[in-house]
Design a protein around this ligand. Structure first.
Ligand SMILES: [Zn+2]
Ligand SMILES: [Zn+2]
Length: 155
């Protein structure tokens, strides 16, 4: 089943919802704003992301489902261990460990799954559905975010 992280239009809090029923009314835990989510058939069936349940937009991009803290931890541990070897004059080993940490990071990154993100409200979609959205485009993001923020009265 598709998991959706709906972004509150008022405070940007992430609100996890399952795409199992047609429409869901949820209340933001951060600011108390009431949202009505309209799930399309494709969302409910975990087939694809065609319409955003929060802002009704149809423009999405793909990004890696990356938790930055994991990557950072690997590099920090690598740098610490490497620093110890460097201190004892074993700089070749030190560089080796640092390179290994970066390498592990790259492997972790390449194994991550893609998730789909709504350009306008940044709602995230995770599931087994077919990924069809293009990569992130800064210009598109600029245009669509401004349009959305004007529509919900944040600018
Ligand atoms: Zn909120
Ligand atoms: Zn949206």
């Amino acid at each position: 089943m598709m998991q959706i992280l709906a972004k509150c239009p008022q405070c940007d809090a992430g609100l996890p919802v399952a795409a199992d029923d047609g429409s869901a009314a949820i209340v933001c835990g951060g600011c108390g704003h009431a949202l009505t989510l309209t799930m399309s058939d494709a969302l409910r069936a975990d087939r694809g992301v065609d319409a955003c349940p929060v802002c009704a937009g149809g423009d999405f991009y793909m990004r890696k489902d990356f938790d930055p803290t994991i990557g950072l931890t690997v590099v920090v541990i690598g740098a610490t261990v490497s620093g110890v070897f460097y201190w004892f004059g074993k700089d070749l080993i030190a560089y080796g460990i640092l390179a290994a940490a970066v390498f592990v990071d790259l492997i972790v990154y390449s194994r991550l799954k893609d998730l789909t993100v709504c350009y306008r409200c940044h709602t995230e979609f995770r599931g087994a559905y077919a990924r069809t959205a293009p990569a992130f485009d800064l210009h598109t993001a600029d245009v669509l975010e401004q349009e959305y923020e004007r529509r919900i009265g944040r600018r």
